[in-house]
Design a binder for this molecule. Sequence first.
Ligand code: E4P
Length: 224
Amino acid sequence: MIELYLDTADVAQTKRFNQCLPLQGITTNPTILAKSKQGLNETLKEMQDALGGKPRFHAQVVSTSIEGMVEEARQINELPYDMVVKIPATETGLAAIKLTKAQGIKVLATAIYSAQQGFLAALCGADYLAPYVNRIDALNGNGVEVVADLQLLLDQNQLPAKILAASFKNTQQAMEVMKLGIEAITLPVDVAAAMFAHPAVEPAVAQFGHDWKQAFGDKLSFES
Ligand code: E4P
């Protein structure tokens, strides 16, 4: 089954969606945390309370050198949660991914804008690959096509890396990549909400209520 994440640091929204969706956990990035004005430690603590159980958290390094990323990854991995360390799939990042994986730490290669870049990260041992679907589209590329090509390369080479598709602005983009059979996806809260919000749904449910009340008043179904 696909792993479903929310791409957010918003604890209230996480509580809301955890009630109605089978969330695997949360993904964050430095921009999301900066906007929330709350650091990683406090955010993870509150997210753990909000989600309960054993959620998986994806948190990104902010170091810029190979050694810095590897050490930061080690420290993130020491946090008392199920952590996946996000490392950008740059030249420096790929080197850090190789070294971090040698220590047995779970890694997500992030900031993926092309299939070949994601493929190299998978060869370096990344457990998850995060292609940025909407950002690719916004650059006049085709995010869905990048995900499809990347999945093909993973399959042909029997690589175990999972695509965790990221960066969505609408449900259509999310649907298109899910139809490719990817193994994980992270949605911002507005796109997650739009997944079950069709303009016809509420009127349909209201009509059921109206018809029922007319015939049976306040009785519940089993009382009728
Ligand atoms: C995931 O790894 C990224 O942090 C995130 O999904 C990017 O999303 P955005 O393009 O909406 O910023």
